[in-house]
Design a protein around this ligand. Structure first.
Ligand code: ASP
Length: 433
Protein backbone atom coordinates (compact mmCIF):
# COMPACT_ATOMS: atom_id res chain seq x y z
CA UNK A 1 0.00 0.00 0.00
CA UNK A 2 2.79 2.39 1.01
CA UNK A 3 4.41 1.65 -2.36
CA UNK A 4 1.27 2.80 -4.17
CA UNK A 5 1.39 6.22 -2.55
CA UNK A 6 5.09 6.55 -3.34
CA UNK A 7 4.26 6.60 -7.05
CA UNK A 8 3.55 10.20 -8.15
CA UNK A 9 -0.16 10.87 -8.55
CA UNK A 10 -0.05 11.68 -12.28
CA UNK A 11 1.55 8.31 -12.99
CA UNK A 12 -1.14 6.53 -11.00
CA UNK A 13 -3.84 8.49 -12.85
CA UNK A 14 -2.28 7.66 -16.23
CA UNK A 15 -2.07 4.01 -15.16
CA UNK A 16 -5.81 4.09 -14.31
CA UNK A 17 -6.56 5.67 -17.68
CA UNK A 18 -4.51 3.17 -19.68
CA UNK A 19 -5.80 0.13 -17.80
CA UNK A 20 -9.36 1.45 -18.15
CA UNK A 21 -8.98 1.66 -21.93
CA UNK A 22 -7.51 -1.85 -22.11
CA UNK A 23 -10.09 -3.48 -19.81
CA UNK A 24 -12.97 -1.58 -21.45
CA UNK A 25 -11.95 -2.58 -24.97
CA UNK A 26 -11.40 -6.15 -23.73
CA UNK A 27 -14.96 -6.25 -22.39
CA UNK A 28 -16.39 -4.65 -25.54
CA UNK A 29 -14.68 -6.85 -28.09
CA UNK A 30 -14.24 -9.93 -25.85
CA UNK A 31 -17.79 -10.38 -24.59
CA UNK A 32 -19.75 -7.70 -26.47
CA UNK A 33 -23.20 -6.75 -25.08
CA UNK A 34 -22.61 -8.65 -21.86
CA UNK A 35 -19.32 -6.84 -21.35
CA UNK A 36 -20.99 -3.46 -21.79
CA UNK A 37 -23.69 -4.42 -19.29
CA UNK A 38 -21.13 -5.70 -16.83
CA UNK A 39 -19.19 -2.43 -17.03
CA UNK A 40 -22.35 -0.31 -16.73
CA UNK A 41 -23.71 -2.25 -13.75
CA UNK A 42 -20.52 -2.88 -11.82
CA UNK A 43 -17.81 -0.43 -12.86
CA UNK A 44 -19.62 2.76 -13.86
CA UNK A 45 -20.97 3.38 -10.31
CA UNK A 46 -17.38 3.87 -9.10
CA UNK A 47 -16.86 6.42 -11.88
CA UNK A 48 -20.09 8.19 -10.95
CA UNK A 49 -19.00 8.22 -7.30
CA UNK A 50 -15.76 9.91 -8.38
CA UNK A 51 -17.58 12.51 -10.50
CA UNK A 52 -19.93 13.23 -7.59
CA UNK A 53 -16.95 13.63 -5.25
CA UNK A 54 -15.29 16.26 -7.43
CA UNK A 55 -18.56 18.00 -8.26
CA UNK A 56 -19.20 18.20 -4.52
CA UNK A 57 -16.14 20.45 -4.26
CA UNK A 58 -16.93 22.89 -7.06
CA UNK A 59 -19.27 25.36 -5.32
CA UNK A 60 -17.58 25.66 -1.90
CA UNK A 61 -14.12 25.61 -3.47
CA UNK A 62 -14.82 28.39 -5.97
CA UNK A 63 -16.49 30.60 -3.39
CA UNK A 64 -13.93 30.24 -0.61
CA UNK A 65 -10.81 30.36 -2.80
CA UNK A 66 -12.11 33.28 -4.84
CA UNK A 67 -13.06 35.36 -1.79
CA UNK A 68 -9.70 34.66 -0.16
CA UNK A 69 -7.99 35.33 -3.50
CA UNK A 70 -9.59 38.77 -3.68
CA UNK A 71 -8.74 39.60 -0.07
CA UNK A 72 -5.16 38.34 -0.56
CA UNK A 73 -4.83 40.63 -3.58
CA UNK A 74 -5.52 43.56 -1.27
CA UNK A 75 -6.43 46.01 -4.01
CA UNK A 76 -9.81 45.70 -5.76
CA UNK A 77 -8.51 47.78 -8.68
CA UNK A 78 -6.12 44.93 -9.55
CA UNK A 79 -9.18 42.82 -10.31
CA UNK A 80 -9.94 44.98 -13.32
CA UNK A 81 -6.57 44.43 -15.00
CA UNK A 82 -6.60 40.74 -14.11
CA UNK A 83 -10.12 40.21 -15.47
CA UNK A 84 -9.47 42.30 -18.58
CA UNK A 85 -6.31 40.37 -19.45
CA UNK A 86 -7.98 37.01 -18.83
CA UNK A 87 -11.05 37.76 -20.93
CA UNK A 88 -8.96 39.30 -23.73
CA UNK A 89 -6.63 36.32 -23.93
CA UNK A 90 -9.53 33.87 -23.69
CA UNK A 91 -11.13 35.49 -26.74
CA UNK A 92 -7.87 35.43 -28.71
CA UNK A 93 -7.17 31.74 -27.98
CA UNK A 94 -10.74 30.82 -28.89
CA UNK A 95 -10.45 32.62 -32.22
CA UNK A 96 -7.19 30.76 -32.92
CA UNK A 97 -8.98 27.52 -32.04
CA UNK A 98 -11.83 28.04 -34.53
CA UNK A 99 -9.34 29.05 -37.18
CA UNK A 100 -7.35 25.85 -36.67
CA UNK A 101 -10.63 23.87 -36.71
CA UNK A 102 -11.64 25.48 -40.01
CA UNK A 103 -8.17 24.94 -41.47
CA UNK A 104 -7.99 21.25 -40.56
CA UNK A 105 -11.60 20.76 -41.68
CA UNK A 106 -10.70 22.17 -45.08
CA UNK A 107 -7.65 19.93 -45.42
CA UNK A 108 -8.99 16.66 -43.94
CA UNK A 109 -12.54 17.07 -45.39
CA UNK A 110 -14.30 15.05 -42.65
CA UNK A 111 -17.71 15.26 -44.33
CA UNK A 112 -16.65 14.53 -47.91
CA UNK A 113 -18.47 11.46 -49.22
CA UNK A 114 -20.55 11.05 -46.06
CA UNK A 115 -23.90 9.54 -47.00
CA UNK A 116 -26.48 11.61 -45.10
CA UNK A 117 -29.37 9.55 -46.49
CA UNK A 118 -28.22 6.60 -44.39
CA UNK A 119 -29.31 8.31 -41.16
CA UNK A 120 -32.31 6.46 -39.71
CA UNK A 121 -35.65 8.21 -39.16
CA UNK A 122 -35.56 7.02 -35.56
CA UNK A 123 -32.22 8.74 -34.90
CA UNK A 124 -33.58 11.91 -36.49
CA UNK A 125 -36.75 12.06 -34.38
CA UNK A 126 -34.72 11.22 -31.26
CA UNK A 127 -32.49 14.16 -32.07
CA UNK A 128 -35.39 16.52 -32.65
CA UNK A 129 -36.64 15.75 -29.12
CA UNK A 130 -33.21 16.52 -27.68
CA UNK A 131 -33.02 19.85 -29.50
CA UNK A 132 -36.52 20.80 -28.29
CA UNK A 133 -35.52 20.01 -24.72
CA UNK A 134 -32.32 22.08 -24.96
CA UNK A 135 -33.79 25.56 -25.20
CA UNK A 136 -31.56 26.60 -22.26
CA UNK A 137 -28.31 26.09 -24.16
CA UNK A 138 -29.31 28.39 -26.98
CA UNK A 139 -30.05 31.62 -25.07
CA UNK A 140 -28.71 34.88 -26.47
CA UNK A 141 -25.47 36.38 -25.22
CA UNK A 142 -27.14 39.54 -23.87
CA UNK A 143 -29.57 37.52 -21.78
CA UNK A 144 -26.71 35.45 -20.43
CA UNK A 145 -24.68 38.52 -19.47
CA UNK A 146 -27.50 39.93 -17.36
CA UNK A 147 -28.02 36.55 -15.72
CA UNK A 148 -24.50 36.72 -14.28
CA UNK A 149 -25.94 38.98 -11.57
CA UNK A 150 -27.70 36.66 -9.13
CA UNK A 151 -31.01 37.79 -7.67
CA UNK A 152 -30.52 35.26 -4.90
CA UNK A 153 -26.96 34.07 -4.19
CA UNK A 154 -28.23 31.13 -2.17
CA UNK A 155 -30.10 29.91 -5.24
CA UNK A 156 -26.89 30.32 -7.29
CA UNK A 157 -25.08 28.11 -4.80
CA UNK A 158 -27.88 25.57 -4.84
CA UNK A 159 -27.93 25.46 -8.64
CA UNK A 160 -24.13 25.50 -8.94
CA UNK A 161 -24.25 28.51 -11.27
CA UNK A 162 -20.50 29.22 -11.60
CA UNK A 163 -20.67 32.68 -13.18
CA UNK A 164 -23.15 33.91 -10.56
CA UNK A 165 -21.01 32.47 -7.76
CA UNK A 166 -17.94 34.23 -9.23
CA UNK A 167 -19.85 37.51 -9.33
CA UNK A 168 -21.04 37.22 -5.73
CA UNK A 169 -17.65 35.99 -4.44
CA UNK A 170 -15.85 38.96 -6.00
CA UNK A 171 -18.37 41.40 -4.49
CA UNK A 172 -18.04 39.63 -1.14
CA UNK A 173 -14.24 39.78 -1.25
CA UNK A 174 -14.29 43.46 -2.20
CA UNK A 175 -16.76 44.06 0.65
CA UNK A 176 -14.35 42.37 3.10
CA UNK A 177 -11.53 44.65 1.91
CA UNK A 178 -13.63 47.80 2.13
CA UNK A 179 -14.84 46.93 5.64
CA UNK A 180 -11.15 46.90 6.72
CA UNK A 181 -10.86 45.88 10.44
CA UNK A 182 -14.51 44.89 10.72
CA UNK A 183 -14.23 42.65 7.67
CA UNK A 184 -11.07 40.89 8.79
CA UNK A 185 -12.67 38.10 10.90
CA UNK A 186 -14.95 37.12 8.01
CA UNK A 187 -12.05 37.22 5.53
CA UNK A 188 -9.96 35.06 7.85
CA UNK A 189 -12.79 32.57 8.34
CA UNK A 190 -13.27 32.24 4.58
CA UNK A 191 -9.51 31.89 4.10
CA UNK A 192 -9.39 29.09 6.62
CA UNK A 193 -12.40 27.45 4.90
CA UNK A 194 -10.50 27.72 1.59
CA UNK A 195 -7.53 25.88 3.11
CA UNK A 196 -9.89 23.17 4.36
CA UNK A 197 -11.48 22.85 0.91
CA UNK A 198 -8.05 22.48 -0.71
CA UNK A 199 -7.24 19.66 1.72
CA UNK A 200 -10.52 17.90 0.86
CA UNK A 201 -9.64 18.32 -2.83
CA UNK A 202 -6.31 16.58 -2.21
CA UNK A 203 -8.13 13.67 -0.55
CA UNK A 204 -10.53 13.40 -3.49
CA UNK A 205 -7.65 13.50 -5.97
CA UNK A 206 -6.20 10.39 -4.35
CA UNK A 207 -9.29 8.56 -5.65
CA UNK A 208 -8.70 9.86 -9.19
CA UNK A 209 -6.75 6.81 -10.45
CA UNK A 210 -9.71 4.57 -9.58
CA UNK A 211 -12.35 7.00 -10.79
CA UNK A 212 -10.55 7.52 -14.09
CA UNK A 213 -10.11 3.76 -14.47
CA UNK A 214 -13.81 3.12 -13.86
CA UNK A 215 -14.95 5.84 -16.28
CA UNK A 216 -12.61 4.74 -19.06
CA UNK A 217 -13.60 1.09 -18.61
CA UNK A 218 -17.28 2.00 -18.89
CA UNK A 219 -16.84 4.35 -21.87
CA UNK A 220 -14.74 1.85 -23.83
CA UNK A 221 -16.90 -1.17 -22.90
CA UNK A 222 -20.11 0.57 -23.93
CA UNK A 223 -18.84 2.49 -26.98
CA UNK A 224 -15.83 0.54 -28.22
CA UNK A 225 -14.13 2.15 -31.19
CA UNK A 226 -17.12 2.00 -33.55
CA UNK A 227 -16.90 5.75 -33.92
CA UNK A 228 -13.77 5.18 -36.01
CA UNK A 229 -15.67 3.26 -38.67
CA UNK A 230 -18.56 5.73 -38.87
CA UNK A 231 -16.79 9.04 -38.26
CA UNK A 232 -13.13 8.08 -38.65
CA UNK A 233 -12.16 11.23 -40.54
CA UNK A 234 -13.98 13.45 -38.05
CA UNK A 235 -12.18 11.82 -35.11
CA UNK A 236 -8.86 12.20 -36.90
CA UNK A 237 -9.57 15.83 -37.76
CA UNK A 238 -10.63 16.73 -34.21
CA UNK A 239 -7.75 15.00 -32.45
CA UNK A 240 -5.26 16.50 -34.90
CA UNK A 241 -6.72 20.01 -34.60
CA UNK A 242 -6.80 19.81 -30.78
CA UNK A 243 -3.20 18.59 -30.59
CA UNK A 244 -2.07 21.32 -32.99
CA UNK A 245 -3.96 23.97 -31.04
CA UNK A 246 -2.46 22.85 -27.73
CA UNK A 247 1.03 22.69 -29.24
CA UNK A 248 0.90 25.90 -31.29
CA UNK A 249 -1.45 28.26 -29.44
CA UNK A 250 -1.09 27.12 -25.84
CA UNK A 251 2.53 26.08 -26.37
CA UNK A 252 3.17 29.43 -28.06
CA UNK A 253 1.85 31.31 -25.03
CA UNK A 254 3.89 29.29 -22.54
CA UNK A 255 7.15 29.05 -24.44
CA UNK A 256 7.03 31.84 -26.99
CA UNK A 257 5.34 34.61 -25.02
CA UNK A 258 6.22 33.71 -21.43
CA UNK A 259 9.54 31.93 -22.02
CA UNK A 260 8.61 29.04 -19.71
CA UNK A 261 9.51 25.36 -20.26
CA UNK A 262 6.68 23.70 -22.16
CA UNK A 263 7.20 20.18 -20.92
CA UNK A 264 6.80 21.28 -17.31
CA UNK A 265 3.54 23.01 -18.15
CA UNK A 266 2.05 19.89 -19.70
CA UNK A 267 3.43 17.69 -16.94
CA UNK A 268 1.94 20.03 -14.33
CA UNK A 269 -1.59 19.66 -15.70
CA UNK A 270 -1.50 15.94 -16.56
CA UNK A 271 -3.85 15.05 -13.70
CA UNK A 272 -6.40 17.62 -14.80
CA UNK A 273 -6.11 16.51 -18.44
CA UNK A 274 -6.70 12.87 -17.50
CA UNK A 275 -9.72 13.77 -15.37
CA UNK A 276 -11.05 15.98 -18.18
CA UNK A 277 -10.57 13.15 -20.68
CA UNK A 278 -12.43 10.63 -18.58
CA UNK A 279 -15.26 12.87 -17.29
CA UNK A 280 -15.87 14.94 -20.47
CA UNK A 281 -16.72 17.93 -18.31
CA UNK A 282 -14.50 20.94 -17.72
CA UNK A 283 -16.85 22.16 -14.98
CA UNK A 284 -16.49 18.91 -13.05
CA UNK A 285 -12.72 18.96 -13.59
CA UNK A 286 -12.41 22.47 -12.15
CA UNK A 287 -11.26 21.51 -8.61
CA UNK A 288 -8.48 19.38 -10.10
CA UNK A 289 -7.46 22.14 -12.53
CA UNK A 290 -7.27 24.66 -9.67
CA UNK A 291 -5.16 22.30 -7.55
CA UNK A 292 -2.76 21.54 -10.43
CA UNK A 293 -2.45 25.27 -11.18
CA UNK A 294 -1.61 26.19 -7.59
CA UNK A 295 0.49 23.18 -6.59
CA UNK A 296 2.34 22.37 -9.82
CA UNK A 297 2.36 25.53 -11.92
CA UNK A 298 2.88 27.92 -8.99
CA UNK A 299 -0.06 30.11 -10.03
CA UNK A 300 -1.04 32.42 -7.15
CA UNK A 301 -4.41 32.00 -5.49
CA UNK A 302 -5.89 35.33 -6.68
CA UNK A 303 -5.33 34.27 -10.30
CA UNK A 304 -6.07 30.53 -10.05
CA UNK A 305 -9.27 31.09 -8.10
CA UNK A 306 -10.68 33.68 -10.49
CA UNK A 307 -9.29 33.00 -13.97
CA UNK A 308 -9.85 29.21 -13.94
CA UNK A 309 -13.54 29.17 -12.89
CA UNK A 310 -14.16 31.95 -15.40
CA UNK A 311 -12.38 29.88 -18.05
CA UNK A 312 -14.44 26.77 -17.31
CA UNK A 313 -17.44 28.72 -18.52
CA UNK A 314 -16.27 31.30 -21.00
CA UNK A 315 -13.20 29.69 -22.53
CA UNK A 316 -13.80 26.54 -24.51
CA UNK A 317 -11.17 26.20 -27.21
CA UNK A 318 -11.91 22.56 -28.05
CA UNK A 319 -15.61 23.31 -28.23
CA UNK A 320 -15.12 26.32 -30.51
CA UNK A 321 -12.69 24.40 -32.70
CA UNK A 322 -15.27 21.64 -33.06
CA UNK A 323 -17.87 24.18 -34.23
CA UNK A 324 -15.58 24.94 -37.17
CA UNK A 325 -15.23 21.25 -37.96
CA UNK A 326 -18.99 20.62 -37.71
CA UNK A 327 -19.68 23.52 -40.07
CA UNK A 328 -17.30 22.08 -42.66
CA UNK A 329 -18.55 18.53 -42.08
CA UNK A 330 -22.11 19.65 -42.84
CA UNK A 331 -21.10 21.79 -45.81
CA UNK A 332 -19.13 18.89 -47.32
CA UNK A 333 -21.83 16.29 -46.62
CA UNK A 334 -24.65 18.42 -48.07
CA UNK A 335 -22.56 20.02 -50.80
CA UNK A 336 -23.06 23.57 -49.47
CA UNK A 337 -20.66 26.12 -51.03
CA UNK A 338 -18.92 28.14 -48.34
CA UNK A 339 -17.66 31.65 -48.97
CA UNK A 340 -14.99 33.50 -47.03
CA UNK A 341 -17.78 35.42 -45.30
CA UNK A 342 -19.21 32.11 -44.06
CA UNK A 343 -15.83 31.21 -42.56
CA UNK A 344 -15.71 34.57 -40.78
CA UNK A 345 -19.25 34.19 -39.50
CA UNK A 346 -18.55 30.68 -38.23
CA UNK A 347 -15.45 31.89 -36.38
CA UNK A 348 -17.38 34.73 -34.77
CA UNK A 349 -20.43 32.66 -33.86
CA UNK A 350 -18.35 29.79 -32.49
CA UNK A 351 -16.41 32.19 -30.28
CA UNK A 352 -19.57 33.81 -28.98
CA UNK A 353 -21.62 30.66 -28.38
CA UNK A 354 -18.78 28.91 -26.62
CA UNK A 355 -18.47 31.86 -24.22
CA UNK A 356 -21.96 31.70 -22.85
CA UNK A 357 -22.22 28.01 -22.05
CA UNK A 358 -20.83 25.98 -19.17
CA UNK A 359 -18.49 23.07 -19.90
CA UNK A 360 -20.62 19.97 -19.54
CA UNK A 361 -20.66 16.77 -21.63
CA UNK A 362 -21.75 17.12 -25.26
CA UNK A 363 -22.70 20.77 -24.94
CA UNK A 364 -20.91 21.36 -28.28
CA UNK A 365 -23.67 19.62 -30.14
CA UNK A 366 -26.36 21.95 -28.85
CA UNK A 367 -24.24 24.94 -29.77
CA UNK A 368 -23.89 23.46 -33.25
CA UNK A 369 -27.51 24.30 -34.05
CA UNK A 370 -26.47 27.98 -34.15
CA UNK A 371 -23.27 27.31 -36.12
CA UNK A 372 -25.07 25.22 -38.72
CA UNK A 373 -27.75 27.86 -39.20
CA UNK A 374 -25.01 30.40 -39.95
CA UNK A 375 -23.78 28.41 -42.95
CA UNK A 376 -27.31 28.13 -44.28
CA UNK A 377 -28.38 24.64 -43.17
CA UNK A 378 -32.16 24.31 -42.85
CA UNK A 379 -33.84 22.84 -39.75
CA UNK A 380 -34.01 19.37 -41.25
CA UNK A 381 -30.34 19.35 -42.22
CA UNK A 382 -29.35 20.51 -38.74
CA UNK A 383 -31.24 17.63 -37.13
CA UNK A 384 -29.63 15.13 -39.54
CA UNK A 385 -26.10 16.32 -38.73
CA UNK A 386 -26.73 16.12 -35.02
CA UNK A 387 -28.30 12.67 -35.41
CA UNK A 388 -25.06 11.57 -37.10
CA UNK A 389 -22.75 13.07 -34.50
CA UNK A 390 -24.63 12.56 -31.22
CA UNK A 391 -24.44 8.80 -30.78
CA UNK A 392 -20.67 8.85 -31.23
CA UNK A 393 -19.83 12.04 -29.42
CA UNK A 394 -18.09 10.73 -26.33
CA UNK A 395 -14.63 10.07 -27.80
CA UNK A 396 -14.69 13.49 -29.44
CA UNK A 397 -16.04 15.21 -26.35
CA UNK A 398 -13.22 13.79 -24.23
CA UNK A 399 -10.57 15.41 -26.42
CA UNK A 400 -12.45 18.71 -26.62
CA UNK A 401 -12.64 18.84 -22.83
CA UNK A 402 -8.87 18.26 -22.50
CA UNK A 403 -8.29 21.14 -24.92
CA UNK A 404 -10.73 23.34 -23.01
CA UNK A 405 -8.98 22.94 -19.67
CA UNK A 406 -5.51 23.19 -21.22
CA UNK A 407 -6.53 26.58 -22.62
CA UNK A 408 -7.74 27.69 -19.18
CA UNK A 409 -4.44 26.64 -17.61
CA UNK A 410 -2.31 28.35 -20.30
CA UNK A 411 -4.20 31.64 -20.01
CA UNK A 412 -4.04 31.50 -16.20
CA UNK A 413 -0.28 31.00 -16.37
CA UNK A 414 0.05 34.05 -18.63
CA UNK A 415 -2.17 36.24 -16.47
CA UNK A 416 -0.31 35.08 -13.34
CA UNK A 417 3.04 35.96 -14.88
CA UNK A 418 1.86 39.39 -16.05
CA UNK A 419 0.29 40.16 -12.66
CA UNK A 420 3.39 39.06 -10.74
CA UNK A 421 1.48 36.09 -9.28
CA UNK A 422 3.53 33.26 -10.78
CA UNK A 423 5.96 31.36 -8.60
CA UNK A 424 8.38 30.36 -11.36
CA UNK A 425 10.46 28.25 -9.03
CA UNK A 426 7.48 25.96 -8.42
CA UNK A 427 6.66 25.95 -12.15
CA UNK A 428 10.18 24.96 -13.13
CA UNK A 429 10.41 22.40 -10.34
CA UNK A 430 7.59 20.15 -11.63
CA UNK A 431 9.13 16.74 -12.04
CA UNK A 432 8.86 15.43 -15.58
CA UNK A 433 9.77 11.87 -14.67
N1 ASP B 1 -17.68 18.65 -22.75
C1 ASP B 1 -17.02 19.89 -23.02
C2 ASP B 1 -16.55 20.51 -21.73
O1 ASP B 1 -17.04 20.23 -20.68
C3 ASP B 1 -17.89 20.84 -23.77
C4 ASP B 1 -18.18 20.32 -25.17
O2 ASP B 1 -19.15 19.59 -25.38
O3 ASP B 1 -17.42 20.66 -26.09
O4 ASP B 1 -15.65 21.29 -21.73
Amino acid sequence: MGGWFKITLWKRVMLGLTLGIIVGLGLHYGIGEQGAKLATDWVKPFGTAFINLIKMLVVPLIFTTLVSGVTAMGDPAKLGSLGGRAIGLYMVTTLFAVTIGLGIGTIVQPGAGFDVSSVSAEAISDQQNKIDAAGEATKGLGERLIEIIPTNPVASFAEGNVLQIIFFAIMFGVGCLMAKEAGRPVAQAVESAAEVMMKITHIVMETAPFGVFALMTWVMASQGLEVLTVLGKMVFALYLACILHMAITHGGIIKGVLGLPLIRFFRGITDAQAVAYSTSSSSATLPVTITCAEDNLGIGKPVASSVLPLGATINMDGTALYQGLIALFAAQAFGIELTLAHYGMVALTATLVSIGTAGIPSVSLFLATTTLAVIGCNAEQIVIILAVLFPFDRLLDMMRTVTNITGDAAVSTAVAKWEGELDEETFRKVSTV
